[in-house]
Design a protein around this ligand. Sequence first.
Ligand code: CA
Ligand code: CA
Length: 301
Amino acid sequence: MHITSENHVYAMSSEHKPVASIKPGERFTADLLDCFSGTIKCERDLYGPDHWKTVNPATGPVFIEGAEKGDILAVKVHDIRVADYGIMIVHPGSGEVGDSIRKTETRVIPIVDGQMVFSDKVRVPVNPMIGVIGTAPKGASIPTGKPGEHGSNMDCKLITAGSTVYLPVYHEGGLLAMGDIHALMGDGEVCVTGVECNGTVELEVSVLKGVTLPTPIVETDDLIATVAAHADLDIAAHNATKKMLTLLEKRFGMKRNEAAMWMSAFADLRICQVVNPLKTCRMEAPKSALTPYDANPSLCF
Ligand code: CA
Ligand code: CA
C-alpha cells in the first residue's frame, strides 16, 4: 500500500474520513509534504502570514484495522527517505531567538549523497526524523501543529528509521497521520524549523491490546523515551518525568523510590522543541540499565 501526499489533513481529528485502511503487520509507504505544504521552494519564497493556513500537513488519516479505543498503536519506522533539498527559515518573532531576528530569510539546503550541504563550508550527514506523528485525539480536533497526549507535532529527534512510536487509540482505527520530516534537527528546534523536507516514510503498525503505557513513547535500539507536551516547559519536563516513573514502576517492577533514584542516576531529561504552541520534553531511559529488570527491555510485547 502506498499513500500519496494529496491525502493530507491540517488537524488530528476523529471526524476525518480515513484515506486508507491498513492491517496490523502490513508494511506501507506514505509520501509526506514538508511543513510548508511545498509553498516555499526557493530563497525568493519568504515566509509570511499566508503560510499559516498550510503549515504542518499530515498524510492520512490511516485506519488501522482492529484498533479499538483503549488499545495502543506501536508504529515501527522502517525507513525515511528525504527529497534532494530541505528548507529552513528565520522570521522576526518566530522561534527562541525571534526577538533578535530582523529580516525574514529562506535557505534552501541541497541534500547530496546523504549529506546536507548547509553552506560552502559545512556538509554533514542527514539524520531524517518525523516531526508530526499522531492519532485522532480524545476530544475536539487539534491542529497538526500542536502536540499532545495523541502525539502529533512532538518534534522528537529520536523518531528516525528503526524507532517505534507508541500512540494511544481514542477512536476506532486510531486514525494515524504523519508529516513534517526533518533531514536534521537539533533539540529545541530553536529557529522554528528543522531542515524541512518532502519525503517518503515506510511504516508498520502493531496493535497492542490490554496494555497500559504512558504514551506517547518513542523506543529506539538503545532508549525508551516518554514524551509530554505543555505550554510551560517546566510542566512538560515534569510530566515527561512522571510518565517515566509510571513506566518504570508498571513495566519494570521498580519500587517508586528506586525508580526515582534510577532515573536520577541513569536517565536523561531532554527538550524536544520549544517553538510549537506547546513545548515538548522527553525522559530518555537507557535500555542497558534496564536489563537487570528485564532481559528484553522492549515495549513490543
Ligand atoms: Ca514540527
Ligand atoms: Ca518542522
